[in-house]
Design a protein around this ligand. Sequence first.
Ligand SMILES: [Zn+2]
Length: 259
Amino acid sequence: MNYTLANVPATICKAMNIPLMEGAETQPINEVIDLLKGETVERCLFFSPDAVGAWIFDKYPQYTDKLMDVYALKQPLSSVMPSVTPVCYATMIAGVMPEVHGIQKYEKYPITVETIFHALKAAGKKGCIIAKTDSSCEIIFRNAPCDVIETESDKDAHQKALEIIEKDEYDFILVYECEYDDNMHATQPETDFALGALKYNAESAVELIAAAKKKWEGKKALITFSPDHGIHTDPVTKLGTHGTSLDEDLKIYHLFGVL
Ligand SMILES: [Zn+2]
C-alpha cells in the first residue's frame, strides 16, 4: 500500500488499542501492525525530526545507520502537499488531509480538528508535546488536550525529553526537533552545518529510546522516527527548501520499533 502522513494517527491508535478520533483516516500502516504480532502497547515515544527526507537519510548512512539498530521497520511514505511544516504536522497528528484541517499553506495557527491527543484523552491516557516555542508543532497543537513543554533548541528538547521520560507521567510523548530544517534553510541540505543537525537528531533519538527502554521496562512501547517532509536545493536561491511535489520533498521514511 502507499501510505501518507494521514495514516499515522490510525497506526498509533491501533497500536495503543484506543479508539481513533472521529473523521481521521482509518487505515493503519499494516507493516507496523504486523510488527506488533497481535500485541498492543501502553506507551509511545514519537520522535519527530523536521525535514529528514528519504534521500538524505539514505545518502548519509554514517549518521542514520545507528537508527536501524533500534528501529525494526523503515517504512516509506509520502508527505502531503504543499510539503511545508505546518501543513504536514497537522495531517500527521490529525489524520486528515489539508483541505480538512484547514492549513493549506505556510501559516501557523491552532487547528480545531481532533488529533491523536483527543483520542488519547478520550481513552484516559496522557499525551505531551516537547517543542520549540513558536515552532509549527508548538503553535498548531497549543489548544490540544495535552501538556505542551516549550523548548529553546534541539539540545533543550532532548534534555527536557530525558526529564519527561524519567518522570514517567505520560503515555505518549512527542519530541519535536527542528534544527536540520533550520540549518538547511540557512544553507543547503548537505552542508556540514545542516548535516551536523541531522547527526544530532539521529543521536538524540537513539539516546531517548535507550532512556525510555530503561524506564519502561516491563511495559510494551512503540517508538517512532517521524519526519514531516523532505528537502531540496532551490535552483535560483541556492538555499535549502521544500514545499513542492518533487520526490525529494515528498518521499520520507517513518521508522518504527517495539520496546
Ligand atoms: Zn518541516
